[in-house]
Write a protein that binds this ligand. Sequence first.
Ligand SMILES: [Zn+2]
Length: 441
Amino acid sequence: MQGHIFMAQCAAEQTRDPRLKALLAAHPKSLVNGAFFPDSGYTAADHDQGEIAHWEQYVDGYIQLVRERHKTPSSAPEAAPHIAFMMGIGAHGITDSTFDTLLYARSEQVDRANMDPFDMAMDIFLVADMPRYFLPEYAFDAATLSLVYDRVPHKVPAANITKAMEIARSGIGAVTTFLHTSADTYGKMFPWARSHLRDSRTPGAYPFGARVVARYYEEIFRRLEGDTSADKVLIGSYPDPEYPLLTLDPKRADGQVVLFFGHGLDRATINGNTFVLRDGAGGVVPSKVSIFRGDKWPNVITLRPDASWLPDTKYVVTVTRGLRTLNGTSPSSDIQLSFQTCTPVSPGGDCAEPPAPAPGPSPCPVTENQYKKRPGTEEPPPEPAPSPPPSAAAPSAPQSSSCAASPRLGHDPASALAALLVLPFALGARRLRREVDAHRR
Ligand SMILES: [Zn+2]
């Protein structure tokens, strides 16, 4: 969850639409609450409370609800925290896919460890290695989130949402406050993942995910404004000009093509006719087109050739106008993505492994430089502030409104330890998704 929050923030810094950028900067708490909200649902007895919130049906339900409430959502002040929250939800969902298709899958092949504690280990690395001691304050509207579930439809009472958010935040607090000390233990299990997690050249790592999210934000914002065009629906891919294909072996995680979409896609239009792989001479290359997870409206497609990639060869992936989104629209022209394969070290072999990651410029320096102090060890403010007048009601529980003040739950050892008891269930839910994927493969 810490990783999802990081990518949501890093993407907000990279968004090109100035109005959206200003909106996200004005509602940072709503954004980060949205970014851990989908996994909070996995702490509930109802597994679907978590699963549903990961996908386009929920994101689109939220878009439509806000559009019904506000004539021009992008300029309505009351809509702004909801927009920031739904961007956080979108960021979470798509980065589970950028991460799991590429980084998790590659770690599984390289690190060859027991993958059960993988997600928690990644958050531990982020806290220990950046270091990033971040604990979100509450900002969510449980009543509205419950209404969005109704649209799926799936009944989730507001009280269950509040409870799940409290448990999830405690879990983030447990990692941030205590568990980061086990970074080296997990580092022995996942040395490749630990050294590549923040690398801006590694497909599926945090910088890759954040870049896809920044484009997803822009698509969600367009949809909020009533633009149903599918012309910018492809929001990211591997490979792309900044992330060249690293191997000729299509069985490797980094030997597949992965396409990320900013709208849910109509499953009936996803097939070998809408996703076509061709070689440089224009010949169709036999390949397998697969949907990565998703609900009624998936948004991630993978493509693997049946045989090895040819060395130093140009390939073109075409997404044809036969593709249809949940808005019932198709791209007005075919979308094409071309790339060149690598050259093997010796004839008949594979390409060289990229050199070990070296620190490069951060795509999001503001995000990178925040939260370096452990909670409770922050410097006191330079000048004592005058005492405020006694307030009528101290904040005691998460309120059903955005940007609400919060108790510092994660700082409290008792609640953090309570969260430790719940974390395995939440992580177990993620494992369940991956086992379903493995079964499908
Ligand atoms: Zn998730």
